[in-house]
Design a protein around this ligand. Structure first.
Ligand code: DGJ
Length: 740
């Protein structure tokens, strides 16, 4: 590069940065910039720089992703990695931003295509680019066929998180079949000490944190279930061996997709680490007719130098400010009551009214009637699909119950599972063809139900009409939107054989469309994403739902682990947690009401206990704790979360601290599974406070050592810390620090 080139490049970057500042009156914003002569692109936002360029082969090559570089830093001109041997061709060892399967690529492609003549070779080359306010879009095209790909990078200024996606357009004269489409490939340079973290699980055991070294070979995490799944969640984090909770590099990302997905992480022959995330290529074959296009889901990728804690706080912020329906200021979660664990399917007007009255007396703000209110739904064998009020249970419809709930000062919420049908239902009897199935093949039931084919227009329209009517006829503020089984026999007999696999995409697109349209028609409506607990938690559904049901496991001890795992990826702002009965239905564990409350108060608080069994003392305790929760929920739900002591790895203790965005309040929760051997009690040092502010300590529950000051500086609470007294089994304590 000549001096003139260099000066022009720097000038261009400064100009784009400067213009960006002027446009927003100096407010923080992402700065996309491009060095036209070197064909180097750069996104700068918060403490992050992401850079890539076009190499001499016309390939889009990764240059850098990590902590912010100086504005004037020159990134090396992209050059393909030279052939290592005849077995490692440059295309396979060069870090590419969006590789097509072709030209000798043997690592994971972002796009794989089949042409009508049997050719399955796709070599993508740079065509042109556009630079917008916060984004860069680069257009690629196959070397000889009119397959165009727009690769988009949109950076969030506040966090430096890059939303990556790609759209494939078929401009050929015939069809093309997409066998594989990812949002992105993301590359990291060789290191022998990368660790991959991800979340796995099962029903009642979601968000289990897994960590393993990244070594040569591939790691695949995925869902083939048509839904996000409990089994694996589409989030990953890559760290270094020395990364800790509050220090060290973490590259992380999550896919916004609520259907079958896959994240593939591999280390190639020369040690390059590549993450490819998108539609699950398993059983994926999406035909594009001439002129059609398909967009990938979005992969949201971030970097933090402040450890796992820094990464998750950054991601929580991004979700609150950029993803959730109320972004950038999502509404606080109301305290809710849910009838499920109390009554199961045995809901009726008198029973629900009695529960509502009791719930109101402890300060509940939203009363939610769960499954069982419609059709012949007296168990899980019948009625699903028949969304008409069961007149035996509600002789005068839902109106009297809703009126009573509203008169008690609460919003009314209702459970629905629109995407499903019991074969024993009027809907299925009328439309047996409406379910996902293969012609003439058995239809596997799970929980006695089948999945409606929401990709079909008539099914979409039926559900929209039914839900719209339900919401128009009743004062329903909230829907708990459930989805209780994985797909099976993923066929769409009415579609041409070559089109049937569009199901994987079309279903989810229509689900999103349905949710969006209902929200448009009923702007005050809030929705919870539930799938037998936390089976559909991802950034795709999150953009259309206000909260998620974390897990059907409401045991407060198990929940500490589930909530810790959840918090690695997702914000407490959406994480619902209920106080239910003891013994818990999942594992028969008995814990105190106080312990159950404190565990549930780490997220959006709900009560799911059978209030008919509560004694006066329980109501008094609950009323006090609900009132306390309302004074701290802003901090808990939307503050910065510090996992001070993680319950991972069998730790008997755990502690979290939530610090309000203005650092004027902090809330500490501390738990002990069981003490033994008179082991020493570790002092808890706080984080994230304003060192100069004075904070007064107030106990919600539990005690501290008698020598603990009532007020002290943030510096004291962080440096010296406090001794929380926890002795015995299943002990919990919670404290508020109010800053002056
Ligand atoms: C599964 C959900 O996770 C539960 O909370 C409850 O709503 C049941 N479905 C109802 O069938």
């Amino acid at each position: 590069m000549t001096d003139i080139d260099q000066r022009r490049r720097t000038l261009c970057m400064q100009l784009l940065g400067g213009l960006a500042g002027i446009a927003l009156g100096g407010a923080a914003r992402a700065r996309p910039s491009v060095d036209e002569s070197a064909r180097v692109f750069r996104l700068d936002g918060a403490d992050v720089t992401y850079a890539f360029g076009v190499n001499g082969e016309g390939q889009l090559q990764t240059l850098y992703w990590g902590s912010a570089l100086a504005a004037g830093d020159t990134l090396p001109t992209p050059v393909p990695v030279p052939e290592n041997s005849s077995n490692e061709m440059p295309v396979t060892i060069t870090p590419l931003e969006f590789p097509g399967f072709g030209g000798g690529l043997t690592v994971e492609p972002a796009l794989k295509v089949t042409f009508p003549d049997g050719v399955r070779d796709l070599v993508l080359r740079y065509v042109d680019h556009q630079v917008g306010n916060d984004r860069i879009v680069v257009r690629l095209k196959d070397v000889s066929r009119a397959v165009h790909v727009s690769v988009t990078y949109a950076m969030d200024a506040a966090t430096g998180i890059v939303a990556r996606s790609a759209t494939v357009e078929n401009r050929t004269a015939g069809w093309i079949q997409l066998d594989q489409l990812a949002a992105a490939s993301l590359n990291l340079p060789y290191s022998d000490d990368y660790r991959l973290s991800y979340l796995t699980g099962r029903w009642a055991g979601e968000f289990a944190l897994q960590t393993r070294p990244i070594v040569p070979g591939s790691i695949v995490i995925e869902s083939r279930k048509g839904v996000t799944s409990h089994q694996a969640n589409p989030w990953i984090a890559i760290s270094r061996a020395g990364t800790q909770e509050e220090a060290g590099p973490v590259w992380f990302g999550a896919l916004g997709w609520s259907g079958s997905w896959r994240i593939h992480v591999d280390m190639d022959a020369l040690g390059g680490v590549r993450t490819t995330a998108g539609y699950n290529p398993f059983d994926f074959a999406y035909r594009l007719k001439p002129g059609e296009s398909l967009a990938s889901p979005v992969f949201h990728a971030g970097y933090s130098g402040d450890g796992f804690g820094g990464a998750s706080r950054m991601f929580h912020r991004y979700q609150r400010e950029r993803i959730l329906p109320g972004a950038p200021s999502p509404r606080l979660r109301p305290v809710l009551y849910n009838s499920w664990e109390a009554t199961l399917f045995a809901v009726d007007e008198a029973g629900q009214t009695a529960l509502a009255e009791k719930a109101a007396s402890i300060g509940v703000e939203r009363f939610v009637m769960d499954d069982g209110w419609f059709g012949a739904r007296n168990g899980d064998k019948a009625g699903l699909g028949d969304w008409v009020v069961n007149r035996k249970k509600f002789p005068n419809g839902l109106a009297p119950l809703i009126r009573r709930v509203n008169d008690l000062g609460m919003e009314f919420g209702l459970w629905v599972e629109p995407e499903m049908v019991n074969p024993d239902s009027d809907l299925y009897r009328a439309h047996p063809d409406w379910v996902i199935n293969f012609k003439g093949r058995p239809r596997s039931e799970a929980r006695n139900q089948l999945v409606l084919n929401l990709a079909r227009r008539d099914v979409y329209e039926h559900l929209l009409k039914m839900l719209d009517k339900l919401l128009t006829d009743h004062n329903i503020a909230f829907l708990k939107w459930d989805h209780n089984r994985a797909w099976s026999e993923p066929g769409w007999p009415e579609a041409a054989p070559a089109e049937q696999q569009r199901l994987y995409v079309a279903y989810v697109e229509n689900l999103y469309k349905l949710l969006a349209e209902l929200r448009r028609r009923h702007p005050k409506l809030e929705i919870e994403s539930c799938a037998s607990g936390g089976g559909r938690v991802d950034l795709g559904i999150m953009a259309l739902t206000d909260q998620v049901w974390t897990s059907d496991n409401t045991d407060p001890l198990d929940r500490l682990l589930i909530q810790d795992g959840f918090s690695r990826a997702y914000a407490p702002a959406i994480m619902m947690a209920w106080v239910t009965d003891a013994p818990n239905f999942v594992n028969k564990r008995v814990t105190s009401l106080e312990y159950r409350f404190l565990s549930a108060m780490q997220g959006g608080l709900g009560i799911g206990a059978n209030l008919n069994h509560w004694k006066d003392d329980d109501f008094a305790k609950a009323k006090r704790l609900v009132a306390e929760y309302k004074t701290i929920r802003m901090t808990v739900q939307q503050g910065n979360l510090y996992r001070l002591v993680s319950p991972q790895g069998g730790s008997a203790r755990s502690a979290t601290l939530s610090v309000a965005q203005d650092a004027k309040q902090a809330v500490l929760f501390a738990f002990l599974h069981s003490g033994g051997l008179r082991e020493a009690r570790p002092r808890i040092q706080l984080r994230g406070l304003d060192p100069k502010k004075t904070y007064a300590l107030r106990a919600i529950s539990g005690g501290v050592s008698p020598r603990t000051p009532k007020r002290a500086s943030g510096a004291y609470w962080m440096g010296h810390g406090l001794d929380v007294v926890l002795e015995g089994d299943f002990q919990a304590a919670a404290f508020v620090l109010d800053g002056a």
